[in-house]
Design a protein around this ligand. Structure first.
Ligand SMILES: Cc1ncc(COP(=O)(O)O)c(C=O)c1O
Length: 365
């Protein structure tokens, strides 16, 4: 069943066909999303690895609860605000896979800790100390894992002595429960040669294994070894020391994951029906969706089932298509569907709000 993810379409009658919705309109196929959720949950369960799906794409407690119901242990968040939303919706085990710093965030984290059991990522004493102090003053402790830089060169400690020194400091902090390590192999997702991709991801994750070994050798337990996104999870779940994976966008799937990361066995759950509004030349068609609707940040949008139509250029609200001879009979008013690259976060906000509307409609139906 498709649900329109746009409050302007709230009046669409239950059971309306996707073809009856005005365009452009972000649609979520609930059956496809649920099948994707099941597929990732089952793949993780088969390997005995926990699934902590990233919620940055949906930011939505209803979806997070559906993931937990399918076997996820909780969720991963990119921001404190996402964790607050999910905690308010009843999800307790929340990894905030980003560095929280500053007094406002620390105060909010203390409040979050009263409602949920978050895990924070840390990469320096300077960042961890104010959090520990505030937690201790409130009579609380928060779980913390060290983010180790396994090659992404974003945040994270250097493997080896820098990581060990931080762990030694964390175990002494009164408001912190040291819980393990994480790393993100996000720089290795699009390696074309699949053998090379496998080898490089395993080598990056071996850095986490070695870090865990060093911690345990010092008597510091390291129960959590967290990593992976959709573009790598099938490799990461097979790594011996990984305890949990953060793959999240998998539940929506998109062209980037399929074509650039070669992720198999998942289907596109988010699509955008569009309408051709102008046919200036035989080879050019203009659609009513531009870059404010179709995300071009990570990959060029595709027109589903139409290899003979290429997205050439997107203005804010115009989309320019190039038509091969077999597509040149298309005329003004014809409709096409493009899979949506879920990483457009502004659209994700809209998706999150109105998906609940879609769910309640389905429940009512
Ligand atoms: C820390 C972290 N984990 C995992 C992911 C992967 O997320 P997804 O599976 O939604 O692509 C990302 C993506 O940016 C990330 O930053």
């Amino acid at each position: 069943m498709h649900v329109p993810i746009d409050m302007n379409h709230a009046a669409a009658p239950l059971g309306a066909s996707i073809d009856e919705l005005d365009t452009p309109c972000l649609c979520l196929d609930l059956d496809v999303m649920e099948a994707n959720i099941r597929a990732v949950a089952e793949a993780c369960a088969k390997r005995g690895v926990s699934w902590r799906p990233h919620a940055k794409g949906h930011k939505n407690a209803t979806i997070a609860r559906a993931e937990v119901a399918a076997g996820a242990i909780g969720a991963t968040c990119a921001k404190l605000g996402e964790a607050e939303v999910l905690a308010a919706g009843g999800v307790r085990d929340l990894l905030i896979a980003n560095m929280l710093a500053g007094p406002h965030k620390v105060r909010r984290l203390v409040e979050l800790r009263k409602k949920a059991d978050p895990v924070i990522a840390v990469d320096s004493v300077e960042q961890a100390e104010p959090i520990s102090r505030a937690m201790a003053e409130a009579g609380l402790k928060v779980r913390a894992i060290i983010e180790v830089d396994i090659g992404l060169s974003r945040v994270g400690t250097h493997p080896g002595e820098q990581t060990l020194a931080l762990a030694r400091a964390l175990v002494k902090m009164p408001g912190i429960d040291f819980a393990g390590i994480m790393g993100y192999e996000g720089h290795l997702l699009t390696i074309e040669d699949q053998d090379e991709k496998l080898a490089k991801i395993n080598a990056a994750l071996d850095i986490l294994s070695e870090t865990k070994r060093q911690l345990v050798a010092e008597g510091i337990p390291c129960p959590i070894v967290s990593c992976a996104g959709t573009g790598s999870y099938l490799i990461s779940i097979a790594h011996a020391d990984v305890t949990e994976v953060q793959a999240g966008g998998a539940i929506f799937m998109d062209a980037f994951y399929r074509d650039k990361c070669r992720v198999p066995n998942l289907q596109f759950a988010l699509t955008i029906p569009v309408t051709i509004v102008s046919r200036p030349t035989p080879t050019r068609a203009i659609i009513d969706a531009g870059r404010k609707t179709l995300n071009v940040e990570v990959c060029t949008p595709l027109v589903l089932g139409r290899a003979d139509i290429q997205v050439k250029r997107l203005s804010a609200e115009h989309g320019e298509l190039e038509l091969a001879p077999s597509a040149q009979s298309l005329k003004v008013g014809d409709r096409l569907t493009s899979p949506w690259c879920f990483t457009t976060s502004s659209t994700a906000h809209a998706a999150a709000r109105s998906w609940m509307f879609g769910m309640s409609k389905r429940a009512a139906g």
